[in-house]
Design a protein around this ligand. Structure first.
Ligand code: GDD
Length: 414
């Protein structure tokens, strides 16, 4: 694969946000790849894929679409499907489990599947030290962020190094394949133990008056990016458009980074990743991880070639997503007053808030690295009926990477 070189980065403390880079070639032939030419060889990508877990959050998606998604994930990645699908009147989770099992048999590869609302999963997270994840029914809360957190914890148990997320509602297996290849290429080029790669899809096809129209931007991303960029600009004193992937559902990171990060619930999860990087490694608040500050945190943003063709869940859904992003930005201790005011004005104008009202807070969970992973594994294996390791997938508990984090404290303000 050959990626456009990224010449410019914006810094926020130790966080280095790379300007959007395009995929130049999906396959760059036999070129060996010299430092700085953007080429990543097949061998280099495979080396990352062998160390990568792909987590698929899935809620009531159709079997055929899931099959397509599975088929697009490079062979050496370990698949972890975290389902929150209905179990009644039809047990959709069982259908997903059978689909994954058949796929694993045909493709001769392992995978792991688990249901988010399995009481055994709740018990495991409680035992491992994250009661915040459990709702009043005693089950893990519903939400995409919560599913991603479960996936990250399972990934940490496998002993692999990298984690990528792929939505289950993608109609184009080729796009799924490209996203994972880009994860591998980006993580290779980042060459840093604390790296993140975020996808900006090229276009989203829509039907307009009987014709296909390839829209360039997501309806939620535009707003999220605008406010994230304002947050950055308030510190630097220079306007910026560097953040292009505030809502990126498709993204990957090293577990060394991921396990140190708090995750937000629901659809606040992706925008909060930027906020969390700035809070922990931006140099504005105290950090619990001087080793990361010393190393830096590259965030690569890569524009892919395939159209992003997925299930359209409607305007209300998108509006909810947009507001969850703004809620986490508004409540961040590093959001300076002009940004907060701009968010309030925007939300009030959108009728999402009454005048004088504050945005609600989103749930923010402790880092997965603070969990007792040995206890988690034991409880998952013994108590969670839906937790299945297919093929040759077996869990190896990885040593706890870090002690739990204290809340970052404000040490300076701009
Ligand atoms: N396990 C689980 N639990 N999966 C969930 C849940 C949940 O509570 N909610 C949603 N999912 C799954 C869906 O089945 C789908 O595979 C994926 O998460 C994304 O959810 P969608 O509801 O389809 O979101 P979207 O397609 O509108 O938005 C996507 O793109 C946005 C950026 O354009 C998501 O990835 C967003 O997070 C992202 O910001």
């Amino acid at each position: 694969m050959r990626l456009e070189l990224s010449h410019r980065t914006e810094r926020f403390g130790a966080v280095r946000i790379h300007e959007l880079q395009r995929v130049i070639q999906l396959d760059s032939g036999d070129a060996t790849g010299a430092t700085g030419d953007g080429i990543v060889t097949q061998a280099a990508m495979r080396a990352i894929e062998r160390q990568m877990v792909i987590v698929i959050p899935c809620m009531n998606e159709t079997r055929r679409v899931i099959e397509g998604v599975l088929s697009g994930i490079p062979h050496d990645c370990l698949i972890v499907l975290v389902s929150n699908s209905a179990r009644q009147p039809v047990d959709r989770y069982e259908i997903e489990a059978q689909t994954l099992e058949q796929f694993c048999r045909a493709a001769e590869r392992p995978a792991i599947i688990v249901h988010q609302r399995d009481p055994g999963v709740a018990a495991a997270f409680k035992a491992a030290g994250m009661p915040e994840l459990i709702d009043d029914d005693g089950l893990v809360r519903t939400g995409k962020g919560e599913a991603m957190l479960i996936g990250m914890a399972v990934a940490a148990l496998t002993g692999r190094t990298y984690l990528g997320y792929i939505d289950a509602d993608n109609y184009v297996p080729g796009a799924v394949h490209e996203y994972v290849k880009v994860y591998a290429a980006g993580l290779h080029l980042a060459a840093n133990p604390y790296a993140m790669v975020r996808i900006s899809w090229h276009s989203k096809p829509k039907l307009r008056d009987g014709r296909l129209f390839f829209s360039r931007r997501g309806r939620s991303s535009e707003i999220t990016n605008e406010f994230l960029n304002r947050l950055v600009a308030e510190y630097s004193g220079f306007g910026t458009e560097v953040i292009a992937t505030g809502n990126a559902g498709e993204h990957a990171l090293s577990l060394d980074l991921g396990l140190r990060m708090r995750l937000a619930g629901g659809f606040a999860v992706e925008p909060f990743e930027f906020v969390e990087l700035f809070e922990q490694f931006g140099g504005v608040l105290d950090t619990a991880h001087p080793e990361v500050m010393a190393s830096s945190v590259p965030v690569l943003q890569i524009e892919t070639r395939n159209p992003h063709f997925h299930d359209n869940k409607g305007e209300e859904h998108v509006q909810g997503m947009r507001m969850q992003a703004l809620n986490v930005l508004y409540h961040s201790p590093i959001a300076l007053p002009p940004v907060r005011q701009a968010i309030l004005d925007f939300m009030t104008a959108q009728n999402a808030l009454a005048p004088g009202e504050e945005p609600p807070r989103e749930r923010i969970y402790p880092p997965v690295g603070s969990l007792a992973l040995d206890l988690l594994r034991e409880s998952l294996e013994n108590e969670a009926d839906t937790f299945r390791q297919l093929g040759s997938a077996t869990l190896v508990a990885r040593p706890r990477p870090r002690p739990s984090l204290a809340e970052p404290q404000v040490v300076t303000s701009a």
